[in-house]
Design a protein around this ligand. Structure first.
Ligand code: BV8
Length: 251
């Protein structure tokens, strides 16, 4: 699975950028966007619910869906993929972690400076002015609860379909991608834009692009290395093969 050519490229890498999607949290037990929704949410399409239109139409339904997801992600732990990425940051000269995920598992695993393209479910904000609340407000008779500052309904601090990505994060992610000599795409179906455009940019600019995903994606034919395996298995293998073996060899 891990060729000597890949090992060599990674040992020589100066600037490594990693972009993750829902697949990196799959082995923690967090359903991906493509997984069928479970239980009472089975009949809803996530791309429908994760939208300002759905929130305007049925604010309590959308609030309850996110509260259910918040309960899911706060009940699980990071998996070896998250920990391997937190460790990789200390093994290379320049490392940037970009995530599409909102589950905060990279931060819990110890990653710092994570660029959150789509926000973070651990934070809520009001729907009128974006007043941030550092957590989930206690349940109130009114659902969703109202902003303590401006009185507008609260919502999760995440980017919905049809909403622009936070400008600072997208600029930082784009700058890092354009400077990367190695770009990892880990656990993403590469179907959601503009996040997926980062991988396209890395390919276009001639970086070494490594995709880690058990299933093919629209970008698989265009990447330099495709590792068709679960991230929780292959990322720890990469660290051992590329950096720990090297450390032993030079010791
Ligand atoms: C926007 C937060 C401008 C909320 C999410 C072109 C340009 C710009 C926009 C568009 C465009 N084309 C279409 C659009 C619109 C839209 C879009 O991309 N639609 C898609 C469906 C075609 N994009 C937007 O609306 C974006 N906004 O462009 O603003 C604008 C402004 C106004 C008007 C117009 C445009 C906003 C997109 C952000 C939406 N919010 N999340 C929430 O989570 O509730 S996106 C959400 O879905 C996730 O964050 C994630 O990004 C995405 C799901 O993708 P993945 O992470 O890849 O997860 P998925 O389940 O798809 O795949 C998991 C993968 O893991 C699989 O491939 C699987 O094989 C793999 N896997 C499984 N197990 C493992 C594994 N891999 C490794 N290891 C394992 N163990």
């Amino acid at each position: 699975m891990i060729s000597q050519n890949l090992v060599k490229r990674l040992r020589e890498a100066h600037k490594i950028v990693v972009m993750t999607g829902a697949g990196v949290s799959a082995e923690s037990g967090v359903p991906t966007f493509r997984d069928a929704q479970t239980g009472l949410w089975a009949k809803y399409d996530p791309t429908e619910l994760a939208s300002p239109e759905a929130f305007a139409r049925q604010p309590k339904l959308v609030w309850d869906w996110y509260k259910w997801r918040y309960g899911l992600v706060t009940a699980v732990s990071p998996n070896p993929a998250h920990y391997a990425l937190a460790e990789m940051a200390h093994l290379v000269p320049h490392f940037t972690l970009i995530t599409q995920n909102i589950d905060n598992l990279h931060q819990i695993a110890g990653s710092e400076g994570v660029i959150e393209l789509h926000g973070n479910i651990r934070r809520t904000k009001c729907s009128a002015k974006g007043h941030i609340f550092p957590g989930w407000p206690d349940d109130t008779a009114v659902q969703p609860p109202l902003c303590a500052v401006c009185g507008s309904p609260m919502r999760p601090d995440v980017v919905w379909f049809g909403e622009s990505l936070p400008r600072h994060e997208l600029e930082a992610a784009t700058t890092a991608t354009l400077q990367a000599d190695v770009f990892f795409s880990v656990g993403t179906s590469s179907q959601v834009y503009p996040a997926a455009a980062l991988t396209v940019e890395a390919i276009k600019k001639g970086a070494t692009v490594i995709e880690i995903n058990p299933h093919p994606t629209p970008l698989t034919p265009h990447v330099t290395f495709s590792l068709a395996a679960p991230a929780g298995e292959v990322l720890p293998q990469l660290l051992a093969e590329v950096w720990e073996r090297a450390a032993v060899a030079t010791a």
